[in-house]
Design a binder for this molecule. Structure first.
Ligand code: SF4
Length: 233
């Protein structure tokens, strides 16, 4: 486990819950717009916090929090080691939300089959045709489709979400994502934030979409999913 950071209390990361957030280092994607460089490329230089110490800090906060978010980087890089850790957190009576890019489909399927988390939030970076550009690496998009289908077929609560980066996500992409996740319970469009360094520096210069454009995307998304929303505006 590469737990590189802990945020003691968050009101926004786990729907309906006050949570602690655990940041795991490393990622198998290199999304050009990513603003988490230290966790993606520099995590080896960050101190790693021991599992026992993290669990002890969660135990101390139990009166204030009612959930734990495991985020990254990409938490599923930790492989099957992650499963016992998830179990230890849930044994404390704390529900777990997992944030993932969905590329480690095999492990995600195992986690879903074992009902090892209580909520999954998966990023859908763009339409499949643009996935390599949006994730910054060559990849097998079949693994993304497998993860989407596994999440939708499970009984665990979930959401899909897309950061709307101009050039990587346009109306046609929202249509295609809509078809991929047709019937999904929840789908959120996230505003692309500027002002922080991005993995590819030129992405810092990209102006975010105006609110009206995101609302246009929302109208498209709503035709495919049960609940759709916009975050970050
Ligand atoms: S935005 Fe992309 S590169 Fe950054 S942590 Fe998420 S999946 Fe990894």
């Amino acid at each position: 486990m590469r737990i590189c950071g802990v945020q003691g209390v968050s009101l926004i990361d786990f729907p309906g819950k006050v949570s602690s957030v655990l940041f795991l280092g490393g990622c198998n994607f290199r999304c050009p717009f990513c603003q988490n460089r230290s966790l993606v490329e520099g995590y080896k230089y960050l101190p790693s916090i021991g599992e026992d110490s993290v669990l002890a800090s969660l135990r101390r906060r139990k009166g204030f929090i009612d959930g734990v978010v495991i985020t990254g980087g990409e938490p599923l890089l930790d492989g099957v080691e992650l499963l016992p850790f998830l179990g230890r957190v849930r044994e404390m009576g704390l529900p777990v939300k997992l944030d993932t890019n969905g590329y480690n489909a095999d492990l995600l399927v195992t986690i879903l089959k074992n009902m090892a988390v209580d909520y999954v939030a998966m990023d859908v970076k763009s339409s499949l045709g643009k996935y390599e550009r949006a994730s910054g690496r060559p990849l097998n998009t079949g693994r993304i489709v497998t993860s989407i289908q596994a999440i939708m077929g499970s009984s665990i609560e979930y959401e899909f979400r897309t950061t709307c980066v101009p050039g990587l996500v346009e109306s046609d992409d929202i249509e295609e994502i809509g078809r991929l996740i047709k019937g999904a319970k929840r789908y959120y469009l996230q505003q692309f934030r500027t002002g922080e360094p991005t993995l590819v520096p030129s992405y810092m210069e990209i102006a975010p979409y105006p609110k009206e454009k995101l609302e246009e995307f929302l109208d498209i998304a709503r035709t495919y999913v049960k609940v759709a929303g916009i975050r970050g505006i």
